[in-house]
Write a protein that binds this ligand. Sequence first.
Ligand code: BTN
Length: 324
Amino acid sequence: MIKKSNASLVTLVSILNDGAYHDGDTLGKKLKMTRSAVWKAIKKLETYGVNIDSVKGKGYAMQEPLILLDAAKIKQQLALNKVEVNVYEVVSSTNDCLKELKQQKGIKICLAEQQTSGRGRLGREWYSPFGRNIYLSCRYPFQKDISELAGLSLVVGLAVLRTLHHFGMDEPLVAKWPNDILYQQKKISGTLIDIQAEAHGASHAIIGIGINVNMLQDANRIMQAWTSMQNELGRYIDRNELSAELINTLLDYLTRFNQDGFQLFIEEWTEADCLTQQLITLKNLDTTFTGKVLGVNAQGNLLLECKDGTVAVFSSGDTSITKK
Ligand code: BTN
């Protein structure tokens, strides 16, 4: 299911964002819509889970702050103008949205207000309520063979980390191999990457990033410890500014990774990483390994010192720190 973002819905929400009551007639005039079209748009927002108070004689008021994603506002702030940015109201998954695109050239970004089948790693669900978080996918062409993309998820994690720093989130914000971003051991962001080979040693990746932004303590469906930017910073975050900053940072990191590979990022990774020197368990397919993390190698693979002293190298897996 794909629904492209609708400019009048974005404007309606921007008017209601002041928290005051607005009657249907005045809204209709401002939006050049009929009263019944305004009513339909209000109903649509309610089906997306937006709380709107409706009082006879007074009109409509929004109960909580909400700024919808606006492709024009995001594009204005981008450093590169050759990037295609599309914003949707609802998609099944932004990764799938890019996979289904017919025209498959260049860098493309897909953002959505809501995902009905948001996917996490290892077949997990990624809870994706309307209007609260970032669900962003980027299609990026590499002049590299698939075998050289092992460190990509780490590099994407570093770009997310830098973006969150920019918005004032500092320590204890860490990266956990291969691509989780945690704040006080609670997950705030994750990355899901689909890679496809192309002819002549080239490849392209669909990089899906989820960031918990303005989601407050109402997401009982998430099975692991989580937090959001608003929870930790105590203020509402404009996702247009966040999206633009994320896209600019991500594209800068991807350009450097495409040119110089993961070794350029080892130092930055080592500073951000929370696993080095820790005892961990790593689940890979059906097998569980335990050992001490020695860090990552030049490709971004995890080095795990096992109990017998051997060092095992992992390119994928799910990691957790073993409680002492
Ligand atoms: C994880 O940590 O398990 C990865 C989560 C990735 C979620 C993002 S949201 C945008 C993109 N679309 C999806 O369906 N998944 C990724």
